[in-house]
Design a protein around this ligand. Structure first.
Ligand SMILES: NC(=O)c1ccc[n+]([C@@H]2O[C@H](COP(=O)([O-])OP(=O)(O)OC[C@H]3O[C@@H](n4cnc5c(N)ncnc54)[C@H](O)[C@@H]3O)[C@@H](O)[C@H]2O)c1
Length: 437
């Protein structure tokens, strides 16, 4: 059976629900948007028209959306092809909603849940087979209309035509970059991205003890390695230490035994202190950085010096040639060792997570470039560094080779991609055609 999505019922009109509803409406599709109360619905309508950014580019496109409440209007889902659940991140709330919707939706409709951390198998446990066949996770990123990545995750019983219908609509109509992930904690992007951030905070603590400044850490972790200009501390200021703390706690419970990330789930002690003081990042006005307004009306940036435990003026880092490119991972000084630990560590982590979180290098690279704005994905970076050189460095340090580097070595291959990216190295040790984006 092939299914086609032309209309969408979004349940939950918060950050994600309004983003998804707005984007579908903007592309000319009929949308139903339901929330718990008239007040919540009004808030959703306001967000779609006047949010930052508005969810529709042209206000009249919002006319494609019919608004209603779950209590009064849930039966209307029978008229829609895709039922997209985007309510609060609470297992019982999501399960109760699916139970209520199952007898109401029409046969052939597809269902998705937007969760960042709840396993799909927990959401569907004990629910009817018909639902288990028709449901997948659609993990959009915020803001929905701007972020390209959408991770699509099947459950054990999800049928291929459901995956195809969701991929065709979110990819073809909504313009998302679809990546196929598995039902594992944090899926792909956040699993690797959070490892980079949490392990990074720990490695950076050692680097600070060895004389590398916070500004140097952020400078090293941006342009030279092809990551966004926020670097490490700047990105965590944007996300918020409160969120990072919750992410770490969720990982502590859900990472598989023996996962390398388990060593980093708790924030380093000085940073824990910042969290306790409410110095959690931009939304609190201060995190690792803050802007100070001076008497003459000008502004200056200050950095919270973790070594001194106090604020001081921001000093722009100057990186020389040895620290200005990806090759910094091979530079033998405190800054280079830090770069190897955080970035090399993350590349190795990613290379060890196939097939656990994704079937191939392409899905991982796309998740990191589309979801985290990395200039290159982990395997593209390994190719740029030279996988053989990386293998030698790991082996010289007495470390075990991550799975995909072993595959590459055993296959006698030199890179993960060849023919300008047209082919990628599979975990069977053979090259395969790279699927179109
Ligand atoms: N915000 C993000 O960056 C982000 C990114 C990816 C995934 N997610 C996931 O998407 C889902 C929605 O997140 P969000 O950020 O839009 O949340 P939100 O808090 O902005 O919105 C949640 C919506 O659920 C509604 N709601 C509350 N209780 C309800 C109930 N009992 N029944 C039905 N609806 C109820 C609220 O009125 C609200 O409109 C969550 O599972 C979240 O983990 C969020």
């Amino acid at each position: 059976m092939s299914r086609e999505i032309k209309s969408v019922a979004v349940i939950g009109g918060g950050t994600m629900g309004t983003g998804i509803a707005g984007l579908c409406a903007q592309r000319g599709h009929k949308v139903l948007l339901l929330d718990v109360s008239e007040e919540a619905v009004e808030k959703a309508r306001e967000r779609i028209l006047n949010g930052r950014p508005p969810a529709v580019d042209e206000p009249e496109k919002a006319d494609n959306i019919t608004f209603g409440t779950i209590d009064a209007d849930l039966a209307q889902i029978a008229n829609y092809d895709w039922i997209c659940e985007a309510v609060i991140e609470d297992l019982e709330t999501k399960r109760a909603l699916f139970e209520k919707m199952e007898p109401l939706r029409r046969e052939g409709s597809v269902i998705s849940t937007n969760t960042s951390g709840i396993p799909l198998r927990d959401v569907t446990e004990g629910l009817p087979d018909s639902l288990r066949r028709d449901i997948a996770v659609t993990h959009f990123f915020n803001p929905v209309k701007i972020m390209r990545l959408m991770e699509l995750v099947p459950g054990e019983d999800t049928t291929p035509d459901v995956m195809d219908a969701l991929a065709d609509f979110t990819g073809g109509v909504l313009g998302k970059g679809v990546v196929y992930a598995k039902d594992t904690v944090n899926f792909i992007g956040n699993r690797i991205g959070c490892y980079w951030m949490l392990s990074g905070l720990h490695y950076a603590t050692h680097a600070l003890e060895n004389g590398v400044s916070m500004e140097e850490i952020d400078a090293l972790m941006s342009g030279p390695v092809g990551l966004p200009p926020t670097g490490l501390y700047g990105l965590i200021d944007l996300i918020g230490l409160d969120v990072m703390d919750l992410v770490g706690k969720n990982l502590a419970v859900n990472l598989p035994d023996g996962d390398a990330g388990a060593d980093f789930v708790a924030l380093p002690v000085p940073i824990q202190g910042m969290l306790e003081r409410g110095q959690i990042g931009r939304k609190a006005g201060a995190g690792f950085y803050r802007m100070q307004k001076l008497d003459d009306g000008s502004r200056k940036t200050e950095v919270f010096d973790l070594t001194a435990g106090d604020w001081r003026d921001f000093r722009k880092a100057q990186l020389d040639d040895a620290h200005g490119s990806l090759d910094v991972l091979f530079t033998d000084d405190a800054a280079g060792r830090f770069a190897w630990q955080i970035m090399g560590g993350t590349l190795c982590y990613a290379a060890d997570l196939i097939p656990e979180i994704a079937d191939d290098v392409v899905n991982i690279d796309r998740a990191m470039t589309w979801g985290f704005a990395w200039g290159q994905g982990p395997f593209q970076m390994l190719d740029a560094l030279g996988p053989t050189r990386v293998i030698e460095k790991i082996e010289a340090g007495g470390g075990a080779l991550p799975k995909m580097l072993s595959v590459l070595k055993d296959a006698g291959a030199e890179t993960f991609y060849r023919n300008d990216g047209a082919e990628f190295l599979g975990r069977d040790g053979n090259y395969h055609q790279t699927p179109p984006e």
